[in-house]
Design a protein around this ligand. Structure first.
Ligand code: 2HG
Ligand code: ZN
Length: 458
């Protein structure tokens, strides 16, 4: 049987997209920066179908690229440029949409890898609970892709990244075998946690098909403030001071005038407090009861606050959040950015923000720098317009590594940063990671070129 016939037999011919026009939207990433060619886009609807697709590809020796909602920002979910003329199969997980009943006793739910974040959160909320990770791409991002990249988002300071939400994983291996641990045991000390190994593996080890996910308490009381402070150091100081006074901080986001100006222009809205600070912090507090008075009192006690606007309704809260969440879109409308996603030890965030303009200007004098990010994790989204990726990536990542930071805080390494992995991981670690990769995927067929610069060979 040919590979095409085996794939059609596995998922049904209507879910094997061979026509160029039908493949196109899957072959280019959301940013438009990463694009490649796939032999076919294959859309399985069950773990068994995923396993059959992988077995057929292994049999034919054809590589497989895995894609969820195609919201990744590092080129990890689309085919790479393929000089050898051996295009991969693009396995898209968005038909894996099974969503089981919430277990209130375990505070867990089992979800297919292709379930969208917003659908999972709504499902959890309808059962009186909530999901601990949230991010701007919630309507498109799939939970499988989010685990594969160990996505973070806006609530990491409260509930951790995606890895922390994983209570069990089912996955199809490169040769078509399936491993499944979805029983959600609260305690289990029987050796290696293979599910957690898949978190952050970016599709290089196996294809996640279902997840057992932890849920958190639902907190409907919300208060949001947008605060102008003198600079990044004051923003860091403000968060520390607020944390000492408020138990329920659920988000702390950092913005600057450059990004807010683009957002205001893109949305056609005035930006509150524009130009009054050297940095801005969006603070959200979540609690069972309305936390607005507590937030107001805490802000009044913090001398870092130059000025603040506090939302008094759900509509106003959404409006303040839009100032932060629309950054990605507003930047994309302004041009094709080089996107870097870095973090440093908390005490060095101000140093990084201070050093970035010069590092970028030296590498690319005409570039426009837009920085924002997640304050509590000292995670900066460094977006650079009008610059060549190679020029600025080396400069910024070297600066970050010099400050003891990570070259990828939440988006992953993908294809974009594979050759820089050695800036954040030691030689010994990379060798061990490659050995793990070889154990899971001895033929090197899963997401070649992602995470590691050269596809490992058997
Ligand atoms: C966010 O925090 C996302 O909004 C996207 O991680 C960041 O566009 C970016 O650089
Ligand atoms: Zn982010």
């Amino acid at each position: 049987m040919t590979l095409a016939a085996a794939l059609a037999a596995a998922v049904g011919p209507e879910h094997v997209l061979i026509d160029r026009d039908l493949r196109a939207s899957f072959e280019t990433d959301w940013t438009g920066r990463f694009t490649g060619t796939a032999r076919a886009v294959v859309r399985p609807a069950s773990t068994g179908q995923v396993a059959r697709v992988l077995a057929a590809c292994a049999e034919a020796g054809v590589p497989v690229v895995v894609q969820g909602g195609n919201t990744g920002l590092v080129g990890g979910g689309v085919p790479g440029p393929d000089p050898a003329g051996d295009p991969p199969i693009l396995l898209v997980t968005t038909r894996l949409t099974e969503l089981c009943a919430v277990s209130p006793a375990a505070r867990q739910v089992t979800a297919g890898a292709g379930v969208r974040l917003a659908a999972l959160a709504a499902h959890a909320r309808s059962a009186g609970l909530d999901f601990g990770v949230d991010l701007a791409a919630r309507d498109s991002a799939t939970v499988g892709g989010m685990v594969a990249t160990n996505a973070g988002g806006i609530k990491v300071l409260r509930h951790g990244s995606m890895r922390e939400q994983v209570a069990g994983v089912e996955a199809a291996l490169a040769d078509g075998r399936v491993i499944s641990r979805l029983d959600g045991l609260a305690k289990d000390s029987t050796g290696y946690d293979l599910g957690h190994l898949l978190a952050g593996s970016e599709g290089t080890l196996a294809v996640i098909t279902r997840l057992r996910l932890r849920l958190v308490a639902r907190e409907d009381g919300r208060a949001v403030a947008f605060v102008a402070v003198r600079d990044t150091a004051a923003a860091v100081g403000l968060l520390a001071a607020l944390r000492a006074r408020l138990a329920g901080i659920s988000a702390a986001e950092l913005c600057f005038d450059a990004g807010l100006t683009l957002v205001g222009r893109h949305l056609g809205v005035p930006v509150p407090l524009a130009g009054t600070g050297g940095a801005y912090v969006l603070i959200e507090v979540a609690a069972q009861a309305d936390p607005l008075d507590d937030l107001l009192a805490a802000l009044q006690a913090c001398d870092q606050v130059i000025d603040a606007t506090v939302a008094s309704s759900a509509t106003e809260r959404a409006r303040l959040w839009q100032l932060r969440e629309a950054h990605t879109e507003a930047i994309s409308v302004a041009g094709l950015p080089v996107k870097l996603d870095v973090s440093v030890p908390a005490g060095r965030l101000a140093e990084l923000v201070g050093a970035l303009p010069e590092a970028v200007a030296v590498a690319a004098p005409a570039a426009q720098l837009v920085v924002f990010g997640h304050l509590a994790e000292a995670n900066l989204h460094v977006n650079i317009l009008q610059a060549d990726a190679g020029e600025v990536t080396s400069a910024v990542l070297a600066l970050v590594a010099g400050l003891g930071g990570s070259i990828s805080s939440e988006h992953g390494i993908g294809r974009a940063k594979a050759r820089y992995l050695g800036l954040s991981r030691s030689q010994a670690e990379i060798e061990l990671m490659r050995a793990v990769k070889a154990a899971f995927d001895p033929l090197g067929l899963l997401n070649p070129g992602v995470l590691f610069p050269v596809p490992p060979r058997a």
